[in-house]
Design a protein. Structure first.
Lengths: 96, 349
């Protein structure tokens, strides 16, 4: 005998799906300014210091700028504006 | 804003045990039995709001899921809520999405961050939300299902599935449900919603992100001693509130609240008293944690040495409390993540 069925609403909601666009795609790292948002987790700054050295010495990055957050909070709008103005590429720390 | 499409309809087994196995496979639940969100049940719930089903109430991090009125109702049915509870959950969804609440962090942290719902105003009595005896414990349908429904909203709409985006190391039992009313009849001061600028006859829900509940059992009869032992209980070195300058919460037992009130203390004075008596010497923190704390609080506190006394929050008014519970000498401390702030929203039809 077939088991009885019923219809229910899926509780998993639709996601926000606004189209995302890259402002521009980098043609390389040479001469570019790279930004790092440090999420203040242990050793992130140590890792970033090493990566920054590699970016400059091996890939010709012009400079690296860093910002360390006060904790697990959103970055200040002023910092976002400064990075948007100065950087060609920004990498944000996430998780532990 | 409105969502373009309604929820997907899914064919499931009618047998309740098989339905729950299906939900388990879909990761729709919290590990406890669920109620099938049929069109009839969801429709019945939607009768309890004037808002349109496809209206987007909030975008829930981290998945940026669209919490439409209908999606909230579906999860409320799933959790076992009575239809008349819906307006509370709509307000709660609005509240958690306010940036001050810091939901992206709360949803994804390794901390055991729960969401505590505090219901104030006439609706608490009308819906039977318990603010008295055992109000954080078992036995009250509204407390059990409202907190549970918000958890399902955060999971199914917000995408914070345990072990994936929800990175809690252990979590805590309060992540199943954590909801109560304030015991306004036993509160000798103005209730929370009035303190926060709402009319006394307004109904509100406040969302808080506590990391746990800790009973403070003291038989003292003096206000000064009561503030001292509660302040001392608040001051523990592995606390995120001290690391970042937080916003911790307390539930005063009615008996403890009466001691403070009889001493002539206002809410503001109680907060000031706790703030002064809960300071923690930096030397009690682990070396690595001192580094974190300095990174977060140097701007606020200036030069920080081993003997510096850390306040639990930046300002005394950042300490919050309600009065709840029944007879007994037990108040409750609820430390927070240090970053999030509680948010209160009015519950509207």
């Amino acid at each position: 005998m077939m088991a009885s069925k019923l219809w229910v609403h899926d509780p998993v909601a639709a996601r926000h799906t606004a189209p995302r666009q890259y402002l521009h795609v980098l043609d390389g790292l040479a001469g570019k300014v790279v930004g790092f948002i440090d999420n203040a987790k242990p050793n992130f700054h140590v890792l970033v210091d090493d990566v920054a050295d590699l970016l400059v010495t091996r890939y010709g990055v012009a400079s690296v700028i860093k910002h360390r957050k006060g904790g697990q909070v959103a970055v200040d709008e002023a910092v976002i504006a400064r990075f948007a103005e100065q950087c060609d590429l920004v990498i944000a720390g996430s998780g532990d | 804003m409105a969502s373009e499409s309604g929820p997907r309809l899914v064919e499931v087994p009618e047998d309740i045990a098989l339905f729950n196995r299906f939900c388990l496979e879909q990761r729709w639940g919290d590990g406890l039995p669920l109620v099938p969100p049929t069109a009839e049940r969801v429709c019945e719930m939607l009768k309890h709001t004037r808002r349109a089903p496809h209206e987007v109430v909030a975008t829930i991090a981290p998945a940026l899921g669209l919490a439409t009125v209908e999606a909230i109702a579906i999860n409320a049915v799933l959790a076992g809520c009575y239809p008349e509870y819906l307006p509370v959950l709509i307000a709660a969804a609005e509240a958690v999405a306010v940036p001050d609440y810091n939901l992206p962090s709360n949803q994804t942290t390794t901390n055991p961050a729960a969401v505590w719902l505090i219901v104030n105003g006439p609706i608490a009595r009308r819906l039977g939300v318990n603010g008295g005896n055992n109000c954080l414990g078992q036995g009250t349908w509204a407390n059990a299902t409202l907190g549970r429904a918000l958890r399902l909203i955060l999971q199914n709409i917000g995408g914070a599935f345990p072990g994936d985006m929800d990175r809690a190391t252990q979590g805590q039992p309060g992540k199943y449900t954590l909801c109560c009313a304030e015991n306004e009849e036993a509160n000798p001061w103005e209730p929370l919603h009035v303190e926060r600028g709402f009319a006394r006859d307004a109904s509100t829900v406040t969302v808080v992100g506590p990391l746990g509940t800790w009973s403070i059992n003291t038989h003292t009869r003096t206000a000064d001693d009561l503030l001292r032992v509660i302040g001392d209980t608040m001051a523990f070195p592995a606390s995120s509130d001290y690391a970042y300058g937080g916003a911790p919460w307390l539930i005063f037992a009615p008996e403890h609240a009466q001691i403070l009130k009889r001493a002539g203390l206002s809410k503001t004075q109680v907060k000031q008293g706790l703030w002064e008596r809960s300071k923690l010497a930096v030397s009690r923190l682990a070396v690595e944690d001192i580094g974190h704390m300095k990174n977060a609080r140097a701007g606020e506190l200036g030069e920080i040495g081993p003997q510096t006394l850390l306040p639990v929050s930046v300002r005394p008014e950042d300490i919050n409390f309600i009065v709840a519970g029944g007879a007994g000498t037990h108040s409750v401390y609820l430390p927070n993540t240090g970053h999030g702030r509680s948010v209160t929203c009015e519950i509207k039809p």
